[in-house]
Design a protein around this ligand. Structure first.
Ligand SMILES: Nc1nc2c(ncn2[C@@H]2O[C@H](COP(=O)(O)OP(=O)(O)OP(=O)(O)O)[C@@H](O)[C@H]2O)c(=O)[nH]1
Ligand SMILES: [Mg+2]
Length: 337
């Protein structure tokens, strides 16, 4: 009986794996469009180069270097496109309409202001309002902070003139200052569109994205585990964990088989809960109460996530003793919280 039941659980887990894998693969096949808009010379092309990590967009101290709307992509990630556009005030730009079309289609609009110039001139305000009408997923990028003073006042000024609706990110595409912050902000904006994994894969520093997912899964697991319905927690909890492991494997470009994913989850559960409790949780005994509980479900998921992340980052096998230690640590911390 018990054996049959466990086989049933394995089958359910395999199905979950396939469903989650398909979800993630579909996510990765989407197109992601990020456009860079702003007046001439604000440093749009320089920023494209910095984000991509290659000098592919041409830049020039003379305003008006970029004369057409040009898509660039990161090598190997053809479906992520950065749209570099001519300066909004460029008299040679024949396609201001085309720029607006791209704004409409964009997942994120980076609106550039030059900290070393007239920040938010009347013409910039006018253009900004036009853009705002077409797309609300805007990040205001205050570039060239290496060449300007009193950045906090400039940021306040911009916020005030945009009714505090958008994040203002001060950067220097010359020195690279705050570029990682800009990338993180792009990542967070993309979460609600389910395109964050796509962008995270393009980032050199993958830790921030991984941590967000692990912490988010920990919170969701806590909610699932706190459910008062006996035994109702195992299936959604497992599916949550399968989804997390698959995302991490895609982020770090690690192959992941169904069996490997299953082992990670089962071994983690038995290591943290103990065999008896895990069996009991799997058996959904009516009236047995919620066997796992919120704190345990959350701590287990965090430990699994960080353990898998550590293994992927360092190209080593998963260390289940470390997972067990992490579990104890998180459990104590959650209890005290
Ligand atoms: N000091 C400083 N200079 C920068 C920075 N970013 C770009 N520049 C310089 O500003 C000039 C214009 O940069 P581009 O990247 O070509 O600007 P753009 O917005 O693409 O300009 P257009 O294509 O003409 O619209 C170049 O000389 C860059 O080297 C920065 O953060 N700090
Ligand atoms: Mg340019």
């Amino acid at each position: 009986m018990v054996k049959e039941f466990e086989e049933e659980v394995m089958r359910v887990m395999d199905n979950m794996f396939e469903t989650e894998m398909k979800k993630v693969n579909d996510m990765l096949e989407q197109e992601l469009l990020i456009s860079l808009i702003g007046e001439v010379n604000a440093g749009k092309s320089s920023t494209v180069n910095k984000i991509i990590g290659e000098n592919i967009a041409s830049t020039n101290p003379m305003p008006g270097e970029t004369i057409s709307v040009d898509p660039y992509n990161i090598r190997g990630l053809e479906n992520i496109k950065f749209m570099d556009t001519p300066g909004l005030n460029d008299p040679n730009d024949e396609n201001p309409k085309k720029t607006l079309e791209f704004v409409q289609k964009s997942d994120v609009v980076l609106f550039f202001l030059n900290a070393a110039g007239t920040v938010f001139s009347d013409s910039e305000k006018e253009k900004f309002e036009e853009i705002e009408k077409n797309n609300k997923d805007i990040l205001i990028v205050l570039n060239k902070i290496d060449a300007a003073e009193d950045i906090p006042s400039l940021v306040q000024f911009i916020k005030k003139h945009t009714n505090n609706k958008y994040k203002v990110v001060p950067i220097s595409s010359k020195t690279g200052e705050n570029l990682e912050i800009l990338k993180k902000d792009i990542l967070f904006l993309l979460e609600k569109k389910g395109k964050d994994l796509l962008f995270a894969k393009s980032m050199k520093e993958k830790s921030a994205a991984a941590n967000r997912w692990i912490i988010g899964s920990g919170v969701s697991a806590g909610i699932i585990g706190a459910s008062p319905i006996p035994g109702s927690d195992v299936i959604p909890l497992t599916s949550l964990q399968v989804g997390l492991i698959i995302r991490l494997s895609k982020l770090y470009d690690k192959p992941l088989t169904k069996k490997a994913a299953r082992d990670m989850i089962v071994i983690t559960a038995t290591q943290t809960l103990g065999h008896t409790l895990y069996r009991q949780a799997l058996k959904f005994i009516p009236g047995a109460g919620s066997v796992i509980g919120g704190t345990v479900a959350s701590a287990m998921t965090l430990a699994l996530g960080y353990g898998v992340k550590y293994a992927f980052e360092n190209n080593i096998a998963i260390d289940y003793d470390m997972i067990a230690d992490l579990f104890e640590k998180y459990k104590k911390r959650e209890k005290n919280a």
